[in-house]
Ligand binder design. Structure first.
Ligand SMILES: Cc1cc2nc3c(=O)[nH]c(=O)nc-3n(C[C@H](O)[C@H](O)[C@H](O)COP(=O)(O)OP(=O)(O)OC[C@H]3O[C@@H](n4cnc5c(N)ncnc54)[C@H](O)[C@@H]3O)c2cc1C
Length: 410
C-alpha cells in the first residue's frame, strides 16, 4: 500500500480482515500526514455529486475574481486540460449520473462508518445530522429545490425557516434566512478516524513504514518493485492510495490519470465555554463547513487548484474565518488553536478512481475529492473485493481509465 491517509488506512483494515499481509509505505512521519489530518469530518450523502452544474458556472466565475472567495485557480499550464474536462463534466446528463453514483456510495459508506463504531472503534462518529444554512433568499430557494430532489431519492430532511434554524442551532446569529436539516447525516473526528482504523489494521498485522517516499514503481515477474527513500520493496500487488500525489505514481507506471490537488483550509477555534454547535453546519453561500469537535470548533472551506502547493494563503483562510465568525457571534473572539491546508485528490468528475492500473498488480484508490472521509470504509471494501476478483457494480464509473476511454470515444 502507498499512502497512510484515510483511504490507505481503510484499505489496510479491510485487507487484513481478509487475511492479507499488508505493508503501508508513507512518506510522512505517521498515519494521516496528508489531507486526512484536518478535514471537516462530515459524512455527508447530501453533499455527494459533481463539483458544479452548469447553473453554478456564473457564480464560480465571480468567485475567481476575489482572493478570499471559496474558489481559486492558479494559472498553471498543467491545469488547462484538467479544468477543460471538469467543465465538460458539468453537462446536465453527466452531472446527474455522477450525483446518483456518488450519493449511493455515500449512503453505503455511512452505514459502514456506523458499523465501525459497533465494532468498538472510537472514530468520534456521531449521527447528529447536518444543517445546511442559507444567508440569502436566492440561496435558500436553490437549497429548497435541491432538498426536494434529495427527498425524492430517499434522504430524510426538513426545510427550516429562519426561526426554526435558530431553534435547531441557537449558536447561529441573526443572518440565517433558512436551512435544510439532513437528519441522518453524521460526522467524525478525521484524525481519530484514521488512527482508530489504522490501529485496528495494525492489530491484525498491518505494518507502517513511515518516512518512505515511493519514488518509482516497476512491474517485475511476480509483482511490483517499489523504489523508496527507505530502500527497495517488492510486493505481489500494490494499492496506490497516495492522495493528491497519486498521479505521479500512475504516470510512472505508464497509466496517467487526470488528478489535481484541490487545496482547502481549516481553522480550529478553542471552545473555552462558548455555546457549542449541536451538529455540523454548512454555510452554503460561503461554502464553509463548521464542525463541533472535542473542545474545538473547526471551520473548513475553499477549493483552490494550485498544483501540489500546500502553502497557506492568508486571504483564503481569512475568507473561511470571516464567514464563520459572522454566523456565530459568540465565537467571534474565540482564540485560534490551529490553521491548516490540505490537498484534496480531485478527478475531473468528482468521482474517485478505484480500479486496476495493471490487472492483478497495481490498483489505484484515490480521487475522493471532498468525500474522502465519507467514502473511506466503502473504498476499503471495494479494493478488497477487487483483490478477491469480485467485480464492482460501479466499476465503469470509477475506472481509472475512464477519461482515456472517453477521449477515444470522441
Ligand atoms: C478543508 C478540507 C475539508 C474536507 N472536508 C471533508 C469532509 O468533511 N468530509 C469528507 O468526506 N472529506 C473531506 N475532505 C476531503 C478528504 O480530506 C480527502 O478526500 C481525504 O483525506 C483523502 O484521503 P487520502 O487517503 O486519499 O489522501 P491523504 O490523506 O492525502 O493520504 C495520502 C497519503 O499518501 C502519502 N503519499 C503521497 N505520495 C507518496 C509517495 N510517493 N510515497 C509514500 N507516501 C506518499 C501522503 O503523505 C499522504 O499521507 C476535506 C478536505 C479538505 C482539504
Amino acid at each position: 500500500m502507498v499512502g497512510a491517509g484515510a483511504i490507505g488506512a481503510a484499505c489496510a483494515l479491510e485487507l487484513t480482515r481478509r487475511g492479507a499481509d499488508v505493508l503501508v509505505l508513507e512518506q510522512g512521519a505517521d498515519w494521516a500526514a496528508g489531507c486526512s489530518w484536518g478535514n471537516a469530518g462530515l459524512i455527508c450523502p447530501s453533499h455527494a455529486g459533481p463539483y458544479a452544474t452548469r447553473a453554478d458556472i456564473g457564480r464560480a466565475v465571480r468567485w475567481l475574481l476575489r482572493s478570499d472567495s471559496p474558489l481559486g485557480i492558479r494559472p498553471l499550464p498543467q491545469l488547462v486540460p484538467f479544468l477543460t474536462r471538469l467543465l465538460a463534466e458539468t453537462r446536465p446528463g453527466r452531472a446527474v449520473r455522477v450525483l446518483e453514483v456518488s450519493r449511493d456510495m455515500c449512503l453505503r459508506s455511512l452505514e459502514m462508518h456506523r458499523r465501525l463504531v459497533a465494532d468498538g472503534l472510537d472514530t468520534g462518529f456521531q449521527q447528529a445530522g447536518l444543517l445546511d444554512v442559507y444567508e440569502t433568499e436566492d440561496g435558500f430557494e436553490r437549497g429548497r429545490a435541491a432538498a426536494s430532489a434529495h427527498r425524492d431519492r430517499g434522504l430524510t430532511l426538513r426545510v427550516l425557516d429562519a426561526d426554526e434554524v435558530r431553534d435547531a442551532e441557537p449558536a447561529l446569529g441573526p443572518s440565517a434566512v433558512g436551512g435544510v436539516l439532513f437528519r441522518d447525516e453524521a460526522f467524525a473526528d478525521p484524525l481519530k478516524y484514521v488512527r482508530a482504523v489504522a490501529a485496528a489494521a495494525e492489530a491484525r498485522g498491518a505494518r507502517l513504514l513511515a518516512g518512505a517516499e515511493v519514488l518509482d514503481l516497476e512491474r517485475i515477474a511476480n509483482g511490483v518493485r517499489l523504489t523508496t527513500t527507505a530502500g527497495t520493496v517488492e510486493a505481489t500487488t500494490v494499492v496506490v492510495a497516495a492522495g493528491a500525489w497519486s498521479g505521479r505514481l500512475a504516470g510512472a507506471l505508464g497509466r496517467p490519470v487526470p488528478l489535481q490537488g484541490g487545496k482547502g483550509y481549516t481553522v480550529d477555534l478553542a471552545a473555552d465555554g462558548r455555546p457549542p454547535l449541536r451538529r455540523p453546519c454548512m454555510l452554503q453561500e460561503s461554502r464553509v463547513a463548521i464542525t463541533p469537535l472535542e473542545g474545538r470548533l473547526r471551520m473548513a472551506g475553499t477549493m483552490q487548484f494550485a498544483g501540489l502547493d500546500e502553502r497557506i494563503q492568508r486571504p483564503r483562510l481569512d475568507g473561511v474565518q470571516a464567514a464563520s465568525r459572522r454566523m456565530l457571534p459568540a465565537w467571534a473572539d474565540a482564540p485560534v488553536v490551529s490553521m491548516w491546508a490540505g490537498l484534496r485528490p480531485c478527478s475531473p468528475d468528482g468521482l474517485p478512481y478505484v480500479g486496476w492500473l495493471h490487472p492483478g498488480r497495481v490498483l489505484l484508490a484515490t480521487g475522493h475529492a471532498m468525500l474522502g472521509l465519507t467514502l473511506a470504509p466503502l473504498t476499503g471494501t471495494q479494493v478488497a473485493n477487487l483483490l478477491d476478483g469480485v467485480a464492482l457494480p460501479e466499476a465503469a464509473a470509477l475506472d481509472p481509465g475512464r477519461f482515456r476511454r472517453s477521449l477515444v470515444a470522441r
